[in-house]
Design a protein around this ligand. Sequence first.
Ligand SMILES: *[C@@H]1O[C@H](CO)[C@@H](O)[C@H](O)[C@H]1NC(C)=O
Ligand SMILES: *[C@@H]1O[C@H](CO)[C@@H](O)[C@H](O)[C@H]1NC(C)=O
Ligand SMILES: *[C@@H]1O[C@H](CO)[C@@H](O)[C@H](O)[C@H]1NC(C)=O
Ligand SMILES: *[C@@H]1O[C@H](CO)[C@@H](O)[C@H](O)[C@H]1NC(C)=O
Length: 184
Amino acid sequence: MITSSSSFCFCSTLILCLIIATLIAPSTSNYLSDICIKSKSPKFCLQVFGLNPHRRPYELTLEAINLTLTNASEITKKIHIFTDQTNDFNLKDIYNYCLDYYQFVIDTLRRAQENFLERDQYFDVNDAGIIAQLNAFRCENEFQRKWGYVYDSTLAKDNESLGIFGSIVVSAVGFLYNSTLVKK
Ligand SMILES: *[C@@H]1O[C@H](CO)[C@@H](O)[C@H](O)[C@H]1NC(C)=O
Ligand SMILES: *[C@@H]1O[C@H](CO)[C@@H](O)[C@H](O)[C@H]1NC(C)=O
Ligand SMILES: *[C@@H]1O[C@H](CO)[C@@H](O)[C@H](O)[C@H]1NC(C)=O
Ligand SMILES: *[C@@H]1O[C@H](CO)[C@@H](O)[C@H](O)[C@H]1NC(C)=O
């Protein structure tokens, strides 16, 4: 880039770059906290993202999708184990509903991730984050739907964590919608 052009030109370009960098720096380094504050639990959000604050909305959105997918998959494994461990048909029934709900979350997130990575389309990401929250809640609700029985939810913590992960996805992609720095 810098060839034999005059040193004056190089110098003013450098200064211009520095000014732009200074203007951009404060906002880019705050994306992590901005995103977390808009989620259901800022504390949980900061914990799962870890310390490096210098990530842009693009990376943070991808990471939020990945973390949510991992959690949903882990929860699915756990529900399979619970299903095998119980002889209660009502509980088995509840778990089957929950497996469907969680599978739908996983499928939706995968599709959204694919469109995001391969086509730079992030409109499905918002929906996937909402579905994660909704279906975690629906699974939790199944425990209360059995007539004549009261079941303590064995998945309350999972409803909670997936719900928060979903809200982080929605929050992160919200910054992409509004950002002029959409691309990596
Ligand atoms: C998220 O997962 C995708 C696909 O597995 C991978 O390409 C990407 O590097 C991951 N991104 C982050 C930020 O973890
Ligand atoms: C889901 O994520 C949360 C937060 O990282 C974690 O505490 C929990 O153990 C995860 N769930 C499963 C089933 O791994
Ligand atoms: C499920 O978790 C969410 C938080 O993610 C919470 O708002 C909601 O009350 C929980 N639902 C039930 C039925 O416990
Ligand atoms: C993005 O802009 C919309 C409309 O102006 C606003 O409602 C929303 O809160 C903004 N999202 C973020 C993450 O700033």
